[in-house]
Design a binder for this molecule. Structure first.
Ligand code: AMP
Ligand code: MG
Length: 342
């Protein structure tokens, strides 16, 4: 779980004028992530006000989803207390969405892994490899299906030992809420970067598509560029956060819920491209855990969920879904490039 610190807003704002539109950028730290909002508008005053509204909303969401802030709703749930306030709509939505995606991904996305992830030290940075017995004890309490059948409308109480963690979808959900605010204010062109979770609104102010870089897991440069409009582009990668033991074994922050161990996926990264940030964030984590073949099968079997993917495998292959074929530009000498069709 990425540590969710109190929103430490190191904000700076600047505006640039291009194509008759003013670009207003604002950067700050929230949800333990450096976030940048870039908004194009004919009114800098309006863009500034929208930036403030988005920051306020993200702050509010952090106060609900944080696993570490002692007065957050998730903290209350994890300590098996009654919620401090009536169920908040954002919490209700994320609980229900998580239940749906837990079932649909056959548990590859599991927001009830917090006790396991913490045991490995990912919240405290006191990293260690727990014993098999300890992992199994904790795994026993991670069956989110126990929650899926309950009605969340009024309250939520987890079974003994279960602890929730929305680290795999929180930023995507926050991006969706930011998009709502932008739309309500009539903003037609914007780019949000929530620590590498990209959300694009409309097109660039000159009418062209946004060009988003997908990180090269080995060099840190861009492995490919992708042209998009009106889409979330979210990547989950083992290289983002990990620790190594004395023998050089690498343990990453994305967990296989079946084993309670860092995923040993054959993928270096999965990028999901779709209109919704919460789907993109959830599915990038889930498909990473599933690995290449199961992930591709899952995409084929779920055409009702409108998304595309880019996979970078450990053996340096690039695999992507057919719809983005005309929009992707490889920038690295991959061992092979495969386009997957349904
Ligand atoms: P992401 O970077 O979006 O892939 O999310 C990874 C974060 O989600 C981790 O830091 C954990 O807090 C949490 N997490 C790890 N594995 C899983 C999983 N299989 N399902 C749900 N959340 C997970
Ligand atoms: Mg995710």
């Amino acid at each position: 779980m990425k540590k969710l610190f109190p929103a430490l807003f190191i904000a700076f704002v600047f505006s640039l004028i291009s194509c008759g539109q003013t670009k207003t950028s604002e950067s700050f730290t929230a949800m333990n992530t450096f976030m940048t909002l870039s908004i194009y508008s004919s009114s800098a005053k309006k863009a500034n006000s929208v930036c403030k509204q988005i920051q306020k909303k993200i702050n509010e969401l952090e106060g609900i989803f944080s696993t570490t802030l002692p007065d957050s709703d998730v903290y209350y749930i994890n300590h098996n207390k009654k919620l401090p306030d009536p169920m908040k709509p954002d919490l209700l939505e994320i609980l229900n969405f998580s239940a749906d995606m837990y079932k649909k991904t056959d548990g590859a996305f599991n927001p009830a892994l917090y006790s396991v992830i913490r045991e490995w030290g990912f919240t405290t940075e006191n990293y260690k490899v727990p014993s098999v017995q300890r992992i199994n004890e904790l795994l026993f309490h991670t069956d989110y299906s126990a929650l899926c059948n309950s009605s969340f409308a009024a309250n939520v109480s987890v079974t003994d030992g279960m602890e929730l963690d929305f680290g795999a979808i929180g930023k995507g959900y926050a991006a969706d809420q930011a998009v709502k605010i932008l739309e309500e204010n009539g903003i037609k062109s914007a780019l949000l970067d929530f620590g590498g979770n990209i959300q694009t609104i409309g097109r660039k102010s000159d009418g062209s598509l946004w060009r988003v870089g997908i990180k090269n897991p080995w060099t840190g440069d861009a492995a490919c560029a992708l042209k998009v409009e009106e889409k979330a582009v979210v990547t989950s990668g083992g290289y983002e956060r990990f620790f190594e033991d004395a023998d050089g074994n690498r343990y990453i922050h994305i967990f296989d819920p079946k084993t309670g161990r860092p995923s040993e996926s054959n993928l270096e990264s999965v990028t999901i491209i779709c209109p919704s940030g919460k789907y993109a964030d959830c599915l990038s984590t889930a498909l990473f855990v599933m690995g290449k073949d199961t992930g591709i099968e899952w995409w084929k079997a779920n055409p009702d969920i409108n998304f595309d993917f880019i996979m970078i495998t450990k053996d340096r292959c690039l695999i992507y879904s057919e719809n983005i074929q005309d929009f992707i530009e490889p920038l690295y000498q991959f061992a092979s490039i495969e386009v997957v069709t349904r």
